[in-house]
Ligand binder design. Sequence first.
Ligand SMILES: [Zn+2]
Length: 292
Amino acid sequence: MVPIPRQCPNCVGHATARVERLGALEVLLQHVRGIGPDCYDLFRCPGCELIYLSPLPPQEVLDALYIHSSQFDCPEYQGDQAVHVLRNHRLWLDAVRARPPLCHMSNRWVRAFLRRLPIRRKVRSVLEVGSGLSWMCRAAKSVNPETITVAQDISSEASASCPWVDHFVIGSLDFRYEEIRSLAPFQLISMSHVIEHLLDPVHVLRMCSNLLHSKGVLFISAPSRPEGWTVSSSIEIWRNWELNQNPAHLQYFNKRSMERCARQSGLWLLNYEANQDAFIAWLGHVPRFRLW
Ligand SMILES: [Zn+2]
């Protein structure tokens, strides 16, 4: 029997053609095996080209993924390997694609990033959404010690080990929105490898839009598609993709779906750069850089 897909989370309120089923993905993450479904289906929205998982994982799976497990005590985030990467990586798209995403780790990377932003003066306020170890806050603080850094994460795992964060807010953006809003507006909001985990990405981007300075930038990085994938590819390419973290990744954007998500949330897609199977995007309140 063909499963009924959930609606494309990017196209609520839009009439779209029938979504295309790409195939079934088995649950890969050991600590959620046996809690929810054994398999999830992957669908593609022909309207915005978002590729997304259906059904959504039940709450106990989400809790097991983000609340009752540790994410940052592995060698990739701690110890010699992280130090080596901090000192050596240079290319920011490589940094976006690396495992774990390294774009928040290097002060050099953040300096290069900040120079490219359409903000003439120094960044003075940063919000890191789904911050984990809050490396963007750390780098921004290092570049300019006057920067006010705010980090939000649903897990408290990393909150005690981020002295570079001025305000570490634990809980969902929805739940802690008023508290975070009292610290807004932010010139830079960062979501690194977060949007693919969100149950309702448009809703979260709308909140970010309300928190973003009129001349600020929302930075997003995320996995996109397996390298070489086309609409006629077999589901095997997804099963073998190293960024397949079923069921943690709920959707995969490309330029078109990122554009739709930005407009749905009252923002403009200012910049989109893809590298192999990941991308970075900058969103803002006005459609062109030159308006700054
Ligand atoms: Zn869509």
